[in-house]
Design a protein around this ligand. Sequence first.
Ligand SMILES: Cc1cc2nc3c(=O)[nH]c(=O)nc-3n(C[C@H](O)[C@H](O)[C@H](O)COP(=O)(O)O)c2cc1C
Length: 309
Amino acid sequence: VTVARDPISGRGNLGYNRMLRIDRTHFGFNVNEWRDVGTFWKSREDPDAPFPVVLAIGLDPAVMIAAGVKTPVDELFIAGAIRGRGIEVCRATTVDVDVPVDAEVVVEGLLHPTVRKSEGPLAEFHGYHGEPWNSPTFEVTAISWRDDPIYQTIVPGSFEHIYLGNVLPREPLLRRFVRHLDPAADVHIPPYANGFLAVVQIDRDNPGGPKNLALAAMAAHLNVRHVVVVDRDVDMYQASEVQWALTNRVHWPEDVFTVPGAQGHEMDPVGNLRGIGTKVGFDATYKRERREYGERVSYPAVNLSNYLS
Ligand SMILES: Cc1cc2nc3c(=O)[nH]c(=O)nc-3n(C[C@H](O)[C@H](O)[C@H](O)COP(=O)(O)O)c2cc1C
């Protein structure tokens, strides 16, 4: 987890940045657009000057979940809310940044925004190794660790990466956007689609409603490129159920719409290098007004102990 401090307001920030070792004291440090750490160094009088950051390794899961959230407050407050108590911090030894005291290993250093090096390819959330990026370099100024430290890593390009970065912090955000339109709507970001897909579940009422909800979900977070809107009789947590709705409830010419030239994530493998791509909405709800098919087949659950002894 990267810990930094806003030079203007003084508030802290948590995030994640992949790093590629260059030599014993230097790493390539990946920063996508709109990350707070990048906004911080650019907001200074001299945006090219070295910028202090700390890497905290081996942390309370509450801190790790909070670090995936993008918000203009110090994510340590979110960690404290999850944990039910404040997260204790202490000042780093060579840079002016506060780090959680429970960290197993703390690496302090300076980001050099203008010293760019090729960094990557590394395993990414989309499931590819991706391409190298021309990234700032991080210079280590101090390392400290607990006795017998546990080196905790995150397996990149796996569900762990996706849950921390794309599911846990984003579902509440999307829920807020869609519930602005429909207070009863539910949202799921399935990990199997790497954060590029959101499923919205509703009690269908107005025939135009599903498309508006899809627009709200794709606007809520730039990674979301596909939105499928389903009814309550579809289990949105099961990929096979979502696929069933897509196959049996979508008449493509009427129920699919695209938003070309929309902003996505710049690592999205189907967008361009600035993340510009086409977002797609699928109204996979049952359109009774089009054709009546009755209810879905379902059978009552069987209690096997009534039959087997
Ligand atoms: C395991 C993991 C690795 C990540 N790697 C990077 C990265 O290399 N570069 C980047 O810009 N964001 C990366 N992210 C995403 C951001 O750090 C994260 O979304 C963070 O919340 C940004 O919020 P902030 O702008 O408030 O700091 C990663 C997220 C996770 C969970």
